[in-house]
Design a protein. Sequence first.
Lengths: 335, 528, 286
Amino acid sequence: MSGTSLVSARERAIAVLGGEPDDATLRRYLHGIAGVDAVGLEQRAAGLGTRSIKTSSKKWALDRIIELIDLTTLEGADTPGKVRSLVAKAVNPDPSDASTPRVAAVCVYGDMVPFAVDALGAAHGDPDDGLISVAAVATAFPSGRASLDIKLADTAEAVAAGADEIDMVIDRGAFLAGRYGLVFDQIAAVKAACARPDGTSASLKVILETGELVTYDNVRRASWLSILAGGDFIKTSTGKVAPAATLPVTLLMLEVVRDWHLATGQRIGVKPAGGIRSSKDAIKYLVTVAETVGEDWLQPHLFRFGASSLLNDVLLQRQKIATGHYSGADYVTID
Amino acid sequence: MSFLDYAPAPESRAILSLRDSYGLFIDGEFVDGRGEPFQTISPATEERIAMIANANPADVDAAVAAARRAYDRTWSKMSGRDRGKYLFRIARLVQERARELAVAESLDNGKPIKESRDVDVPLVAAWFFYYAGWADKLDHAGLGANPRSLGVAAQVIPWNFPLLMLAWKIAPALAAGNTVVLKPAETTPLTALIFAEILQQAELPAGVVNIITGAGDTGAALVSHEGVDKVAFTGSTGVGRAIAKQVAGTDKKVTLELGGKAANIVFDDAPIDQAVEGIVNGIFFNQGHVCCAGSRLLVQENIHDEVVERLKLRLSTLRLGDPLDKNTDIGAINSKEQLERIRTLSDIGEAEGAERWTAPCEIPENGFWFAPTIFTGVQTSSRIARDEIFGPVLSVLTFRTPAEAIAKANNTPYGLSAGIWTDKGSRILAVADQLRAGVIWANTFNRFDPASPFGGYKESGYGREGGRHGLGAYLAPAPIGQSSTSHAAISGRASTAAVEADASAPAKRSRTAKPARTLKNATKGSKR
Amino acid sequence: MSRLAVPKTYKLYIGGAFPRSESGRTYEVLAADGSFLANAALASRKDARDAVVAARAAVSGWSGATAYNRGQVLYRIAELLEGRRAQFVAEIEEAEGVTRAVASAQVGEAIDRWVWYAGWADKFAQVAGNANPVAGPYFNISVPEPTGVVAIVVPQDSSLLGFVSAVAPALVAGNAVVAVASERFPLSAISLAEVLATSDVPKGVVNVLTGSPAEIAPWLASHADVNALDLVGAGALDWISLEVDAADTLKRVLRPESGPDAAAPALGRIAAFTETKTVWHTKSLR
């Protein structure tokens, strides 16, 4: 998969904004977007969470959740061996059931990309084709506190090493200080750094770190900003800050994506990441996607779960459906 | 199959153990009614649920007599603390049997189980908990020290929130020390009768609460009964008006919770997605069978098209069908008669030139159903902008300025509720000040709480239910000389049929003797 | 050498003006000894209609004034009344045939009631309203608001005190009033209207009709633009019919009272003409 072209993204931003994407213009635009009533948003999310999924729908949902997972390891203690183990799990999540689908991607630190690519071998490719992508976090993940040059180098190196997707973090400090132009420029620059020599480009996921943006109005503005600057995906969190993904935040980002699609015809992806550990929770996200932007969005290039332990819970639920009785933690593998 | 076609997830009916027929609950026992029994059906399937006894005037007499005995001998003599304990017991029993009550409510009423389960029944328990705590604190109800109960309360409730309206009526009445004869609506008696079983489990003294079933004539007999000291009615303005006439000249204190035609005002700076949710919740909650429903959408002209478009998108995801299915958003219309009324008024809307849009959804073969419907291009003079439809039908009108929004919102004989959606705090408060309605929801809609007074201005009725004000509706100030703060009481010594004041102090008031009806016209046109 | 007095013409008080009855009718007001006092206007249904129109027009301004301001305006009435004590005492002595001391007591009490109710203007909402601790993320508050136009049949057995006792409480919360004066003792009501006209009470806030309550009250009871009906002084009328008429538009109704305690000062008289409005708003830090 490849992202949108850089030039068109900037031109489109100028067209949408009616001017250069500087602090003042962006501020005028982003602050002109309708506000969010937190209570109403959270109630709507809670309402979606009460949908009840049964039998055949549930089976379909569980498989789809697996197909949408970015199986993730982002630890200081990560090693090539740990990554190979993760990849093995991504390729063959449930050794006892060959019908189990593969995950969408493995998500690792930049320096682990070569090991992931190597371990995937022929399984490496576009998840829309049933293959597995390599996603790399970049831009001084998770804090983003580094110079732009380092962020760009971080990105370019991961792409050169074979990363298909870049999960960047925005400069939350700059965003909270109202320096929207700076955030825009950095996203655009990282997007440029995603380009490959052959003219294609790695897909760019822009992590808002909603736990640090705190308010829903900020989340909505950061979502618009990230899309305007050329992000292919907007992603909630690094997983290193609490709260990470929540259903209301994800609903809100889906609403932005819906509105952007209505306005431009372009489909942007959404990735809730961190804190989604149970199948039950993940199904609530599927319902939220389906009822907000439509079922079309439940594809790897438009929706992902950033998760690690979620996969095993889904596998347990699949086993329950297959066998009719509850499974146990020792019947799924630990990576 | 589409993921959104969730497999049916019906709530099990196995939790219910219904009887084939139900009697009247009088003096702590189920007894046969002397009228012709009638059946209660599920509006979703038109299948019979049970046979229900029909109270005739003699049964009404018996119920009122039982309530009077219980008042004189037991309830009025019991300490507030003990009355409170009974109410706490009832609250707990409602919680224990919550799922059963929710299933029964959805079965009998047609409302989605997610509403009866998540809204109606939890609020019922909350209402009893709230008023339980008041029972021994009546000195703080705002009527001065030692307020007194009124006696026997006649309560007639509607079919839209059968059990919740029962709780709104019974909880404050009992907390204040009154006894009760309650008549549920003809089409939705089921949960009231299960509630009677709960009262037996709570060992509430016999006769403190009596539940009699029947149609309008039973209600009329109850309201006009001479042994009744207080009348509380929730229902149509037409019936409310008739009751107000019936009690004119009597000592009965009255609370009326009547119709509405609420404006839901959306300004162009509103939090738009939440506003759309609020509009949906405002008019499609409980199939629009809500007296405070936001049935008139007043949207600022410059965002009209956007709001309507978003609304249609949202409505297209609503799921209409089996009320017992946990995924159902829109249940059945409660009765054939109501369905006819909704159809008639909608046809009038179309004939008057408004543009009709109906959400795409499959209508089940049996039962009473009406798909969510929006009318755009509605004029303030249209019938669908003036008459209470009491169904899932939204009329969309526009405005340009806050003043115009307020004027249009207030341009109705009703005054029950209203909604305001805007990000601007000062505007919310100023608009709320000027709306002539008893409940204003700002950036939300259709919220209810036992601590929050509810009730209307103008032809939406008088008196309040909920909160301290709702308690006052079942009390009178202490007789003069028995309260240390004679005119500190909010309800003072003014007598009123209308407000939470001393309108029904039987024979304890300094008032001219009631003139006989024969005096009519005797003084007309007379000059000294 | 005695001076020939200039008698006053007593007219109606509608919308801040003193018109004659549109019907051109008057009736003789007699002193307690049967002697002629004045020809008072015999108000017609059209006068009642005009008074309701004037009252309705005054509601938004009066209810929109700050409570502090309303309190000051009501207190100002007491001040002006105090200054014209002698006039009212004399009027009452003559009309009611009571001693100067009794008349003086009545005027004094009337003044004191204005003071008492004036003080409530900016406190009533605090006593009758409250914050409601609802189970959810909401700010929720209940406040009393004026019901609108209040029609009052004032107590019939006094000149001034009954009128003040019935009218003052209705004004506290911001209602506008159409008052039907005592049929037998109407003159002090009109004299009070002259005080009101020269005080700070906006025109239309109080409207005074003299004449036959039995003739006028039914038109007020059935008038759709009247929000509340105070029958405190209607005990001798067919007040049940009036209450029945009022039910057509679900007016708030206060029933008749009699005796010396009629319309005694009470918070309930203020509350009777208010509506509790409850406002919800979401609250969140996010």
